[in-house]
Design a binder for this molecule. Structure first.
Ligand SMILES: [Zn+2]
Length: 392
């Protein structure tokens, strides 16, 4: 039996995926969402004779799932690529899927439709040859990874898989650790008053200025005092904190009665939601001790845990497949990005992350190197052929 990735079909699939607008509507209010791209993937799978379903997660926003059941007691592998993209603001021709010099351009080309095309190609290659593995192979096209990860969370409610490969733009490195994040909102309350009444008005924006100043101090302390060395290699990780948006005030001549700051705290492995809670409480209570007029509160709007890879059968299978297909050991990398790997691993599924090579994720010029998409597909196929026969 020879199962082979069809190079031209992989490129054609990627072209079609990039040509479909799938901007996440939770990020951009008029974003098209994942409905059309999910239907496209669904029809590609059905045409190839692969069992496929669309599962509504949010209105008009379904996950698409392809399943190739195993023939025996082998391990089931999940290939997970998100369907959504970030906004196309500032891009010249985001859905052209123009190919030039071996690179395919467009929003989502690298993040992560190339990974999706590679995963899809693996299922099609097996279907072409009517090969069934001892364990199952599942492809999840997940909605909403760029915002609230509703797609992967919904899938995990009843997932029965033994390992997961998250397909993200890693440039064919293995990502071995990534950050978590906490999105917080701080609100200061002032007293609205005419600008001519300084004894009455309390300026909520200036109060927030004091908080911002403290937050900058906290950021510097965090980066000097905390770090994480991923045991499987890759870069040293430091935590971070930054302001995201700020709003407040009504007009020139009035004391502002409210100011709202949104901020993001990126966490390194080992840090938890409780650590961030403590920092926020201490920051505000420290200021309040010296300023009886300060009325400030904070809350989380979303928290996602950090992630680190663990050695095990899937990690070994993927690394061995990389060596076989690349001719050398893959690089190992770590950083403060976030992926759905944190959710799958939290659900008890050993998870690894890999994807093709390119540049410009979330930027105005995004591309993927086509060779690397095909190589990625070969690595995934090779990994499945090594992992799925192993007993659970
Ligand atoms: Zn992504």
């Amino acid at each position: 039996m020879t199962v082979q990735i069809d190079t031209q079909r992989t490129i054609d699939l990627l072209t079609q995926l990039v040509q479909i607008d799938s901007v996440n509507p939770s990020l951009v209010s008029d974003g098209s969402g994942e409905g059309e791209i999910a239907s496209f993937v669904h029809s590609v799978l059905c045409d190839a004779g692969v069992e496929a379903t669309l599962e509504q997660v949010l209105p008009g926003r379904p996950n698409v799932i392809g399943r190739m059941p195993g023939t025996g007691e082998g391990s089931t592998l999940l290939l997970n690529a998100h369907l959504d993209t970030v906004s196309v603001a500032g891009m010249e021709d985001p859905f052209s899927a123009r190919i030039s010099d071996g690179k395919l351009y467009g929003r989502g080309a690298w993040d992560t439709k190339a990974g999706l095309a590679a995963g899809l190609s693996v299922l099609l290659a097996l279907a072409d040859e009517k090969v069934s593995l001892p364990g199952g192979l599942v492809l999840l096209g997940a909605i909403d990874e760029e915002h609230g990860s509703e797609g992967t969370q919904a899938f995990l409610n009843d997932a029965e898989v033994d390992g997961c490969i998250i397909l993200e733009p890693t440039s064919l490195d293995l990502w071995v650790a990534h950050g978590g994040f906490a999105w917080g909102e701080i609100e200061t309350k002032g007293v609205a008053a005419h600008g001519s009444l300084p004894d009455v008005g309390v300026d909520a924006i200036t109060k927030m200025g004091h908080i911002l100043h403290q937050a900058e101090g906290l950021r510097q302390r965090l980066r000097l005092t905390r770090s994480f060395e991923p045991p499987l290699g890759g870069e040293t990780m430091l935590p971070s904190l930054h302001a995201s948006t700020i709003e407040g005030g009504r007009e020139w001549s009035s004391y502002p009665d409210r100011c709202l700051l949104r901020l993001e705290r990126r966490m390194i492995p080992g840090e938890t939601q409780q650590d961030v809670e403590r920092e926020m409480d201490e920051l505000l209570s420290g200021l309040a001790r010296n300023d009886p007029q300060l009325r400030a509160s904070w809350r989380f709007s979303m928290v996602r845990p950090p992630w680190q890879a663990e050695k095990g059968p899937l990690f070994t299978a993927l690394e061995t497949a990389c060596r076989a297909q690349l001719g050398h050991a893959p690089g190992r990398s770590a950083g403060l990005m976030w992926t759905d790997a944190a959710l799958t691993q939290q659900a008890g599924i050993p998870t690894v992350i890999i994807g093709p090579k390119g540049d410009g994720k979330h930027a105005v010029v995004e591309y993927v190197e086509l060779d690397s998409v095909v190589t990625c597909a070969r690595i995934l196929l090779d990994t499945a052929l090594r992992f799925c026969p192993q007993s659970r």
